[in-house]
Design a protein around this ligand. Structure first.
Ligand code: GLY
Length: 354
């Protein structure tokens, strides 16, 4: 088992290894004294892994209640959050009790937000069951729900007390879900880790999934430790996200987050005038990992969607622009330049004829 310590204002460990789901209660007991806990999952994950997690927590002395909600991003809203908070109240959770988020990014974001606001804040443990959650959203304490006026627009920073990633669970994921997570790992490679990128572009990394997760978490640890509350350098983690969020919104969330981030990373590289060889290498890496490389939306439509992005501050927006595999820069541009930026990226990708 690998352990990565996250030195944020509330410090915690990320545990990565085989067979950890069935030990999740035992591992949690080392960080949190046995108490009442609300195990939160979507209905798919609840059916697959809920019993195993409940048995492990119960065996380790926790009193477990369960809350399951319909799977999908559409559930990440105030209605589901209210139902979850009511379930926590009915289960009589107190401030010294615990929320366990067993699932992907939607579950982690929403259960984490419930933990942040219930009784002015209770502890929570993340047990990510998707690669995307394992390499990104389970670490760093961003919690939120989506609002009609934008994704993740209501939320809080609330660090977990522990993150437990069972790599056997990740290996059982359907191909599409592995691809979805691979996009965030490719993002880390482009940002700072050429060796990780090289591993991902070979496409046969599944046997080394613990290394992929650990490298991404180690990178995220460094970024989050330097800018926990996202006022500066944490913006690097948004590589591909300004373009990607716009694609997700234009597709009415039919394009998965990772798929959108993958195309978004490629568009960011194209907008940054990266050499053709690098664009082709990045596109090949996306394709090898089952990710799309084409965007069917127009520049105006994308720019309109992006302007609702919460990362817009005043009349400017911060873009993360690749310079090489393993090196990116931040650039603030006036929002009025965004449509031209999308146009440039789309034209460059069209010329590559991927
Ligand atoms: N997922 C980006 C961040 O945690 O800042």
């Amino acid at each position: 088992m690998r352990t990565i310590h996250i030195p944020t204002s509330h410090e915690y460990d990320v545990l990565i290894g085989e067979g950890l789901l069935d030990k999740s209660g035992e591992l949690t007991r080392k960080a949190v004294k046995p108490c009442r806990c609300m195990l939160v999952s979507d209905d798919t994950v609840d059916e697959l892994y809920g019993d195993r997690a409940q048995i492990s927590f119960t065996y380790s002395g926790f009193e477990v209640d369960r809350f399951a909600f319909p799977a999908g991003e559409a559930s990440k809203n105030l209605d589901t959050l209210r139902d979850l908070l009511n379930a926590m109240g009915e289960a009589r959770l107190s401030r010294s009790d615990l929320v366990v988020a067993l699932g992907g990014g939607v579950t982690g974001d929403m259960a984490g937000f419930a933990a942040a606001i219930y009784a002015r804040g209770v502890r929570f443990v993340q047990v990510p069951t998707t690669l995307l959650a394992a390499v990104d959203s389970s670490v760093g304490g961003k919690t939120a729900v989506d609002m009609p006026f934008g994704k993740n627009m209501v939320g809080a920073f609330h660090q977990p007390s522990l993150v437990i990633t069972d790599t056997d669970v990740l290996r059982e994921l359907p191909k599409e879900q592995l691809s979805n997570g691979a996009a965030e790992a490719i993002k880390c490679g482009v940002l700072e880790d050429p060796a990780l990128f090289a591993l991902l572009e070979r496409g046969d990394w599944q046997e080394r999934i613990d290394e992929v997760v650990a490298r991404c978490v180690a990178y995220k640890r460094d970024v989050v430790a330097g800018d926990e509350f996202d006022t500066g350098s944490r913006a690097f983690l948004n590589l591909g996200h300004t373009f990607g969020h716009a694609i997700e919104v234009c597709s009415s969330l039919q394009i998965l987050h990772g798929q959108a981030v993958g195309i978004g990373t490629l568009m960011a590289a194209a907008a940054a005038d990266c050499p053709e060889a690098m664009l082709r290498r990045l596109a090949d890496c996306l394709k090898t990992n089952g990710l799309p490389t084409r965007c069917r939306f127009g520049a105006e439509e994308l720019a309109r969607a992006a302007l609702n992005d919460k990362k817009r501050a005043g009349g400017e927006i911060t873009l993360v622009l690749p310079e090489a595999i393993g090196k990116c820069r931040l650039e603030r541009i006036p929002v009025s330049r965004l449509p031209a930026c999308f146009e440039k990226a789309l034209n460059a990708l069209e010329a590559l004829d991927l």
